[in-house]
Design a protein around this ligand. Structure first.
Ligand code: NAP
Length: 504
């Protein structure tokens, strides 16, 4: 059907948000504050909170200070610790839903299985696992990145006769007390899990492939008088947020993206090496020592992880895993490690096809988003929009996230999107598409900044970092958070084409 003959029937909603984590909740709040109320938020799980809904393993907590890990406009005064535990973050998500009256807009237990743009009607059709189709003028992808547990690809996994758990799908009915437990992986999840379970298990074997840089965590309970001060003293919450934002900015974006300019990463390495001295056995300490530059992969923060290897019931195994057997783990030297419970702390799909988002997206002229990225490398204008995919915006698109707080990312990307949708409204436009020229300009600018990034200057060869995609690109935004915020408010609106539905 040609555009001229298209029916002008309205979509079910002006905006559909896919994902009920902090990105989706933040998107719904930002739209509401901008007066865009015809919004539906679709979430696959049976509750909101995203990562904090799914990840409930022992020890789960945020790894940047809570003063930064919250919306700027919804700052809590009652975090129990500097680094809040997972259940407090889940409760925070729920409290935001309640406070902004989002529940009537949220559809839980609804999985989006595909999205296709109807260019005759300027709307997206979202298919769901129930067979129902939901239409929306605009779609905001808020599905996160670290959401799909990645099978570790180890032979024999299905042969294991004991219990297998993944950190991101913890089964709290499994009792680890007195059991022989193996943890595969030493990423951020394992760093939190290992010290939490070590005291209760009979024996714990940690299978490490690549050591992680582990830095001291400036964590502490926030006592009631401190919380009262945060609540009642004018400006106190903003003061601690400013301190926290500065710390986060220095330890993540500045350390990684300005490595050749500001030697934060090198100094942090020295701190990490000093922290390793808590490990008493020199051989174990050596095995835990990373041989790549700090920043090549996500560092972790913990005061308990390294000392756990001083325990008598904990063993660090660095011989590679040959296969899983019915009784445990066999390493490549032929040794069998008997195990009752096997914990996969093996992470998630990240920068790979089928994950961004985790459903097929078909844009104008049948273009497939995954294919676009396979052909052209990961890219998105300001990390938000892709040419050929009108009316489709992403919170966590390529070159959007700079490594600081996800909350600043969410607020920045929503400032960008709301500005775009506001302009479309004022113009009477129903189709909004970023131009190829603007996208190309942005992509080239991001690539031109590699010269100062740790990923391309440091020795990342042995890091085995999920930051690098199949093309060797690291699709993080190589900028400060202030620059990202500024650009979200100032980008040139002519970088988008705004078109109305043809009359008829
Ligand atoms: P991850 O960082 O990807 O770590 C996975 C671990 O499993 C790595 O040590 C990896 O080794 C190992 N592994 C994977 N496949 C393996 C195999 N076949 N054989 C042996 N080892 C294998 O995953 P994660 O720890 O779940 O963390 C993912 C991300 O989630 C973090 O980087 C962080 O951004 C986020 N996170 C955040 C928090 C928080 O506090 N906010 C907490 C947890 C996670 P290699 O290193 O050799 O690949």
């Amino acid at each position: 059907m040609s555009a001229a003959q298209a029916p002008v029937s309205a979509p079910d909603h002006e905006v559909a948000i896919v994902g009920g984590g902090f990105s989706g909740i933040g998107a719904a709040i930002a739209l509401s504050r901008a007066g865009i109320e015809d919004v539906t938020l679709i979430e696959q799980g049976d509750g909101v909170g995203g990562a904090w809904h799914w990840n409930t393993y022992p020890g789960v907590a945020v790894d940047i200070p809570s003063f930064s890990y919250q919306y700027s406009y919804e700052q809590r005064a009652d975090w129990s610790r500097v680094y809040a535990p997972g259940q407090e973050l889940k409760a925070y998500a729920e409290s935001c839903v309640e406070r902004y009256d989002l529940a009537p807009r949220i559809r839980l237990e609804t999985k989006i299985t595909g999205a296709a743009f109807d260019d005759d009607r300027h709307l997206w059709k979202l298919s769901t696992d129930s067979g129902e189709t939901i239409s929306a003028r605009h779609v905001i992808g808020a599905t996160g990145v670290l959401t799909q547990p990645k099978p570790p690809g180890i032979d024999g996994l299905e042969d294991f006769a004991g219990t297998t758990l993944h950190t991101a799908r913890w089964d709290h009915d499994v009792d680890l007390r007195g059991k022989r437990v193996a943890v595969i992986g030493t990423g951020a999840s394992a760093v939190q899990l290992i010290p939490s379970i070590a005291p209760e298990v009979a024996h714990l074997t940690v299978f490490q492939r690549t050591p992680i840089w582990c830095l001291p965590k400036p964590d502490a309970p926030l006592p009631p008088p401190f919380r009262a001060a945060l609540r009642w003293i004018p400006g106190a919450r903003w003061l601690f947020r400013a301190l926290s934002q500065t710390y986060v900015e220095l330890t993540f974006p500045v350390a990684a993206h300005y490595a050749s300019v500001v030697p934060v990463a090198a100094q942090s390495e020295r701190l990490g090496l000093r922290h390793l001295q808590v490990v008493t056995d020199p051989e174990v300490r050596d095995k835990l020592t990373p041989r790549y530059s700090l920043g090549c992969k996500r560092p972790s923060f913990s005061n308990e992880f390294l000392p756990t290897f001083n325990r008598d019931n904990v063993a660090l195994e660095t011989t590679s895993i040959a296969r899983i057997t019915a009784d445990g783990v066999q390493t490549s030297d032929g040794v069998e490690h008997p195990v009752d419970v096997l914990v996969l702390a093996t992470g998630f799909k990240v920068f790979e096809s089928g994950n961004m988002p985790p459903f097929p997206v078909t844009g104008a002229d049948g273009a497939d988003l995954d294919q676009f990225w396979t052909d052209n490398r990961f890219q998105a204008y300001e990390g938000v929009s892709v040419p050929g995919f009108p009316n489709f915006f992403t919170i966590l698109g390529p070159y959007g996230y700079n490594g600081a707080s996800y909350f600043t990312l969410i607020e920045n990307q929503m400032r960008h999107i709301v500005r775009c949708l506001g302009h479309a409204r004022r113009q009477g436009a129903t189709r909004v598409e970023v131009t190829s020229e603007a996208n190309k300009r942005f992509f080239e600018q991001m690539l031109s900044r590699r010269g100062r990034q740790v990923f391309f200057q440091g020795s990342c060869g042995s890091a085995n970092s999920y930051y690098f995609d199949a093309n060797g690109d690291v699709p993080f935004r190589p900028s400060t958070t202030i620059e990202a915020a500024w650009r979200s408010a100032r980008y040139d609106l002519t970088d988008y084409r705004f078109e109305p539905l043809p009359a008829g």
